[in-house]
Structure formats: C-alpha cells, structure tokens
Design a binder for this molecule. Sequence first.
Ligand SMILES: Cc1cc2nc3c(=O)[nH]c(=O)nc-3n(C[C@H](O)[C@H](O)[C@H](O)COP(=O)(O)O)c2cc1C
Length: 179
Amino acid sequence: MKSLDEIIKNRRSIRNYQPKSVEREKIMQVLEAARLAPSACNAQPWKFIVAESPDIKDAVVKEGLNNIAVPNKWAADAPVIIAVCSKTKFFVHNIAEKIQDVDYHLIDLGIACEHLVLKAEELGLGTCYIGWFRGREIKKVLNLPSSYKVECLITLGYAQPDSQKESPRKPLEEIAEFK
Ligand SMILES: Cc1cc2nc3c(=O)[nH]c(=O)nc-3n(C[C@H](O)[C@H](O)[C@H](O)COP(=O)(O)O)c2cc1C
C-alpha cells in the first residue's frame, strides 16, 4: 500500500493517456474520496459530472477546449473528463463569504478535487486539472442546470509510460514563515 507521502510526491499532471478505459469501480472510488472532503459549514457545494462516453467527451473537448488561450486539446486522449461544478451558493456561504471576504465554495471545491486526484494516484491513475476551458459551452454539452457553474475539469486515465514530468517547486523557506 502506498503511503500518503509517496502519493503526494509521485503525483504529476498527466497529459498523455493510454487508450484504455477506467474501471467504473475506480471512478466510484475517486468520487467517494471527493465526497468525504470537508467544506465550510459542511455545505458540500459541489457536483462532479463524469464524461466517459466517447460522444460526450469528444463534444466537451471540441466545444470546451478549443479556441482558448491555452489549448488543452491533449485532453481528447483522456478516457474520462470530470467537470467539477459549484452549485449556486448557499445562503450561509453567501453571508460568511461577505463577512470574511473569502470564496469558501472555491476552497471547498479545491479540497474535494485534491482528495479525488490523490485517490486517483493511489489507484495508479493519472489526472490533470484544466482551468482553461469554455464553461458555457461545456455546460451546454453536459446539459447542466443553470444553477451549476463549471469551475474546473479533471482528466482521468492511465498514464502513458514516461509521461510523468517533474515540475519544480519553490523551496520551503520561500513559502513558509514561522513567527
Ligand atoms: C487550478 C488548476 C488549473 C490548471 N489548469 C491547467 C490547464 O488548463 N492546462 C494544463 O495543461 N494544466 C493545468 N494545470 C496543471 C498545472 O499546470 C500543474 O499542476 C503545474 O504545472 C504543476 O505540475 P504538476 O501537477 O505535474 O506537479 C492546472 C492546475 C491547477 C491546480
């Protein structure tokens, strides 16, 4: 069994996938990891829309990932694309966000996404967040209600061998301070 340290250290953004579908059981496990994430006021303001059927997935790529500043066409090879959506904000979130000036629902979604991504790594699956996309077009393709907003996409699948490039990180002294 992989340790949490190994999972965190080995995870990389994967943009190169094997043409192999992801078992439904594994998709359910990564979604379950997201479901268990904490959230402000336990609002759980998320919805995960799993695009796995080739028609829908191709439409997401064609309509949502073309003609943008950062072309994410590589996502066409991912067997699964998960649209991570926020639901129209809850009253408690609205009040708390105004008082604190913090976007709690985005923090919540970020935590849930990372649960999902780390679980995928544990299961031997690769992922990549996609922040550059056409949200309105993706909403249309996925036929989502107006109360949903697509906040990011996550690709999921088996990585091609040697597709794991390490990205540098700032040293700890630069990002943390003790007072
Ligand atoms: C919110 C968010 C949005 C991102 N959007 C994109 C994207 O649109 N396209 C892409 O190829 N990678 C995207 N990435 C992946 C980052 O480029 C990547 O995490 C970063 O370069 C560090 O590399 P690593 O994940 O391999 O450690 C995104 C990551 C995050 C967290």
